[in-house]
Design a protein around this ligand. Structure first.
Ligand SMILES: [Zn+2]
Length: 69
C-alpha cells in the first residue's frame, strides 16, 4: 500500500515578520518586512550608508527607508 506519513508544511515556522511603519511624508501606515522580531525599525526619508534596511513604498507614491538597529 505504501501509505505516506508526510507531514504538512508548517506554515508558522517560516512566517514572514512584518511591522507597521508610518510614512515620514504623509504618516500613512505601511507594512514593512523585518529580518528579526527583536529589531527596532527606524524610518528614514533618505538613504543612509549603514545597516540592514528595506525600501518601503507608501500607497501614496512615497518611497522611504526602514533601518534596523
Ligand atoms: Zn506617504
Amino acid at each position: 500500500m505504501g501509505l505516506s506519513t508526510a507531514t504538512p508544511p508548517d506554515q508558522d515556522q517560516n512566517q514572514e515578520l512584518v511591522t507597521k511603519v508610518a510614512c515620514p511624508r504623509c504618516e500613512q501606515l505601511v507594512t514593512a518586512s523585518i529580518p528579526d522580531r527583536e529589531v527596532d525599525p527606524t524610518v528614514s526619508s533618505y538613504v543612509a550608508a549603514f545597516g540592514d534596511h528595506s525600501i518601503v513604498h507608501c500607497p501614496n507614491g512615497h518611497k522611504f527607508w526602514v533601518y534596523y538597529c
